[in-house]
Structure formats: C-alpha cells, structure tokens
Design a protein around this ligand. Structure first.
Ligand code: ATP
Length: 361
C-alpha cells in the first residue's frame, strides 16, 4: 500500500446528506481519506458516487453534515481556494489551444509551486504524464488516453493537495483503460497525492485503490482495502457487486459452541453444508447468508459436494465462466463444461465467508 494506515486524515466527510428536492443523493455519509491514499468510491449508476466529489471540490454544498480538507471545514471556502484538482469523464480540453497551453490553463488561479517558471512547470508535468514531446500538438491529434493524461496534467499544474478523478476512463476502450489506470496509479504514487477516484467498474476499483468505499443508494456499505472487500464482503450487496460470487442463505442446524473451530452445519435447500464460522455465535434456526467465490468451487473438493447442471459456459480466455443450476439456485464456477452436463463440485468450509446472520424470529 502506498499509504500507511497511520497517515493523518487529509479530507473527511462527516455525516453528510445531500438532497435535491425529493431525491436524496447521499445520506449520512462519513468517510476519511488519508494523506497520500488512493481512495475509490464505487457503486452502480446513480448510487451517489459523484456527489461526494462535488462536495469536496466545492461545486455543491451539503444539505446536512460537513466537509473538511486538511482538518479545516471548508463550507465557506470557494472551489478555486480549496487546492483541489479535478478531472472529469469528458476531458474537456480546449481544442483551439495546444497541449502545453491546456496544461498551462491549470495555472490560471495560481503560480506554479516551488517558484519555477510556468514553462518549466508545464514541461515537467508533460514529462510526468509521459507526453514530453506533445506540447505543441493540438489535443485533437491525441488518443483518448493521451487527452485524459493532459487533463490530469492540467489538474495537477497548481500543485493541488487533493486530486479528484470522476470516471476518467469511462470513455476509453478496455485496453486503453487498463493502460491508463496503471499510469494514473504510478503518477499518484510518484506525487504521493491524496486521490479520490469515482468509478462504477468494480474491477477497476480493486485494481487501482488503497481503499474502496462500496456505495449503494446514497450510503456506504463497506470501506476497506480491495482484498478485504473481495474476500470478506460485509453485506449481501457488496458480495454480489464485487466480482462473481455465489451468495447462499441457509438455516443453522446445530449451533457452534463458543468459538468452536468446528465448521458450522447449515441447511441450504435439501443439503447440509459445512461452513467455517468460528467467530460466530448463533442459535439453531438462525438464518445465515454466506458467499463462496467461483474459483473456490472445485471438482476435487472433499467437502460440501454438490451436483449441479451446467446451464452455460463462457470461455473468457484465462478461464471459463460456468453457470450452474443447483437446487433451483444459480451458481457460478470456473470449470470447463458443456451446457447440459452434470457437474460435481464442492468447496471447503474455509472458503465460505459469512456475510450476515439473522436471529430466528
Ligand atoms: P452515475 O454513475 O450515473 O454518474 P452517481 O453514482 O455518480 O451516478 P450522483 O451523480 O452522485 O450518482 O447522483 C446521485 C443521485 O442524485 C442520482 O439519483 C441523481 O439522479 C441525483 N442527482 C444528482 N445531481 C442532481 C441534481 N443536480 N438535481 C437533481 N438530482 C440530482
């Protein structure tokens, strides 16, 4: 991770709500982004990802709650004085200006940091975004990914404390997106700049971030490093949103003794499955929701063996995504198979992650 978890908080939202008439864009949102951290807001369209960025940039005011940058509340601070750089989805470069002039435009409110000349600052930034030779060119001569790098250089020109990126890659094709995300991450690391990134693409969020906030309907469901979000989703929504996942709900057959290392037997449909649930206290009849990743459903597994029917199999290059039907439920696995095949797969109790537990009655 680029940032130590102990880094001071660079910006925070405290119990923020934003309403537009009848629409609530975000509700009771609290989060803190640490200095030098790459922090991503991810969620489906309309879930309220862009609104926090607009609040931080100062384009919007909260209906309730507060925003602080560097420990200071910024309610009264206009956008141009917040020392925040913003890059939007549509890079909006000026076509009548050269690439260098576009980057220089970022200095309209501020002198270059470090007392260097504007020319030097622009040249340094073009170098940083790997476009050192493109200064005299017109933005229209550049690829989408290059244009977006110019937009990033422009946002960085005044030396902002915080960089905000709103779906900066969504207009690019998949290959360019993947390349640009690596470049964005290395620029962010080189500058060690606190960055808040917005995307609806969960794979992108996992790939690029130190921490991810998964949002749903104006609220945050989980804030954690990518691996934790993937391995230990806290809610059913996160489990289903982040990567393919098999989410199953069953009933506790026999409660575990306190902190018992024995797997917990859970009745799912006609089967009793064993799941590792050592830290969970529960009673007979409680409803348990747990998830198992497709890559953990294996033909050779010795426990939790299921017999399922293959509904479809998509060849994805490095693996095959197999949709199975088991006891009326859909499961996703990674096995090679053909539609109509019967497949025996299973999973080990440790690969089942408990998402939630609801007491019976
Ligand atoms: P998308 O991924 O589609 O851009 P988002 O997750 O970034 O969406 P926001 O743009 O933060 O979501 O918007 C959250 C909710 O607030 C949406 O329902 C949106 O329609 C609504 N909203 C946002 N801005 C306004 C506005 N100016 N007036 C009215 N409603 C708005």
């Amino acid at each position: 991770m680029a940032s130590e978890p102990t880094n001071p908080v660079a910006l925070s939202l405290s119990d923020v709500t934003v309403r537009y008439g009848e629409t609530t864009a975000v509700e009771g949102l609290s989060l803190g982004v640490r200095e030098g951290e790459f922090f991503t807001l991810v969620g489906p369209s309309g879930c309220g990802k862009t609104t926090p960025l607009r609040l931080i940039a100062g384009f919007e005011s909260p209906t309730a709650g507060s925003v602080a940058i560097g420990g200071t509340r910024v309610a009264e601070v206009p956008p141009e004085e917040r020392n925040v750089g913003v890059v939007f989805q549509n890079y909006a470069l000026f076509p009548h200006m050269s690439v260098a002039q576009n980057v220089g435009y970022g200095l309209r409110f501020a002198d270059p940091p470090g007392g260097v000349s504007r020319e030097k600052r622009v040249a340094d930034l073009l170098d940083l975004v790997d476009l050192a030779d493109a200064g005299e060119r017109s933005p229209e001569e550049l690829s989408g990914g290059q244009q977006q790098r110019v937009a990033i250089a422009r946002a960085l020109a005044p030396g902002p404390d915080v960089l905000l990126l709103d779906e900066p890659m969504s207009a690019l094709d998949a290959r360019l997106r993947e390349r640009l995300r690596g470049q964005v991450r290395s620029i962010q690391r080189e500058l060690d700049i606190t960055t808040v990134y917005v995307t609806h693409d969960q794979e992108e969020a996992l790939a690029i971030s130190d921490r991810v906030a998964v949002m749903r309907a104006g609220r945050v469901e989980q804030i954690d490093p990518p691996r934790t979000v993937y391995d230990a989703p806290r809610t059913r929504f996160v489990a289903e949103f982040v990567g393919d996942n098999n989410v199953l709900t069953g009933t506790v057959v026999e409660p575990s003794a306190d902190r018992s290392p024995e797997p917990l037997p859970v009745r799912v449909g006609e089967e009793t499955l064993a799941i590792a649930a050592d830290a969970i206290e529960c009673d007979r009849g409680d409803r348990v929701t747990f998830c198992v990743r497709p890559e953990d459903l294996l033909p050779g597994a010795e426990t939790n063996r299921l017999e399922a029917t293959v509904e479809s199999a998509e060849f994805l290059g490095s693996s095959t995504r197999t949709r199975l039907r088991w006891q009326g439920r859909e499961l996703i696995a990674r096995s090679e198979a053909r539609p109509g095949d019967r497949l025996r797969i299973g999973f080990s109790p440790e690969d089942a992650h408990v998402v939630s537990l609801d007491a019976d009655g």
